[in-house]
Write a protein that binds this ligand. Structure first.
Ligand SMILES: NC(=O)c1ccc[n+]([C@@H]2O[C@H](COP(=O)([O-])OP(=O)(O)OC[C@H]3O[C@@H](n4cnc5c(N)ncnc54)[C@H](O)[C@@H]3O)[C@@H](O)[C@H]2O)c1
Length: 271
């Protein structure tokens, strides 16, 4: 069901790794809604070759960029503007990675080189993307930027480890840059805090199955899927949400504001 919400808009989508990726679903939805897009991912992720399928389906070029490299980002924005023949209207930042989580390091025994790497990839990359766009004046007035985050930025989920700290920083950067880009040319910047979702990044967290079924039981509407996240993101890229900026928006079926639910109470009473 498409409504041409993004007719005439042009965007860059970071982070489509395979068909489970939130960015993959979002790319498809943006194109269904009339947008033209450029796809990008880290050169290492491209080797899997999956992104080329998406590129063909979306009639989109793929421009590799490591989101921690200013040189790559400069090249990406310059080439994207050449391709579109003008400026960009929206950006999806759908990038996350913690080496400590991947290697199962507990929060009380972190490796600091891994920690730095995780912060750089998962949080500072948003600043780099925004600063590059800002300096190149690459975004149109009323442009929209969305980055994906998780509620571990506000509440403790022990095995989310240093990703929680990276997400807190990501949300803070989106607020801070939201101010500066807002006054520069009315660009809005928000984070979407998504339910746990079965993807490569999501499944890297220890105990993910428990995580996902607990969240399902605690959410009055159930967990939000990647497709539903894509729908929500489209609304934030559209002209219907022009005055929404610097917000962390929960897209989680009500999980974030539920104290206890009937299914969890029933489960606890059995113990
Ligand atoms: N899956 C979940 O449960 C969940 C929940 C809330 C938020 N999120 C967030 O959603 C976003 C997308 O993750 P996903 O779940 O779709 O998983 P995913 O593994 O499909 O996507 C993560 C992407 O980050 C990219 N990436 C990693 N390092 C990079 C770099 N240096 N430069 C550029 N790209 C790089 C990967 O190649 C991959 O495409 C992440 O920010 C993640 O933290 C995921």
């Amino acid at each position: 069901m498409a409504h041409n919400l993004l007719q005439g808009k042009k965007g860059i989508i970071f982070g489509a790794l395979d068909e489970n990726s939130i960015a993959w679903k979002t790319a498809e939805r943006c194109v269904q809604e009339g947008a033209e897009i450029v796809l990008t991912n880290a050169p290492i992720a491209m080797r899997m070759g999956e992104i080329n399928k998406l590129a063909a389906a979306c009639n989109a070029p793929v421009i590799p960029a490591d989101a921690t490299s200013l040189e790559d980002l400069n090249n990406l924005f310059t080439k994207a503007m050449e391709h579109f023949g003008g400026k960009i209207d929206f950006i999806l930042h759908s990038i996350g990675m913690s080496v400590n989580v991947r290697k199962g390091k507990p929060y009380t025994d972190l490796d600091y080189d891994f920690f730095h790497k995780g912060l750089d990839v998962s949080a500072l990359s948003l600043h780099r993307v925004l600063q590059t766009a800002y300096k190149l004046d690459a975004l149109n007035e009323w442009g929209s930027v969305v980055a994906l985050t998780y509620i571990a930025a506000q509440r403790i989920f022990p095995d989310y480890s240093d990703m929680a700290d990276a997400k807190s920083l990501l949300e803070s950067i989106s607020r801070s840059f939201g101010y500066h880009y807002g006054i520069k040319n009315k660009v809005r910047i928000n984070t979407i805090s998504q339910s746990p979702t079965r993807t490569t990044a999501g499944s890297g967290v220890k105990g993910f199955n428990g995580f996902i079924s607990y969240a399902e039981k605690m959410s009055p509407l159930g967990n939000a899927t990647a497709d539903q996240c894509a729908d929500y993101t489209v609304t934030l890229f559209s002209d219907y949400t022009r005055m929404v900026t610097m917000q962390n928006l929960f897209h989680d079926g009500g999980f974030s504001f539920t104290g206890i639910s009937y299914p969890v109470m029933e489960q606890m009473e059995k113990e």
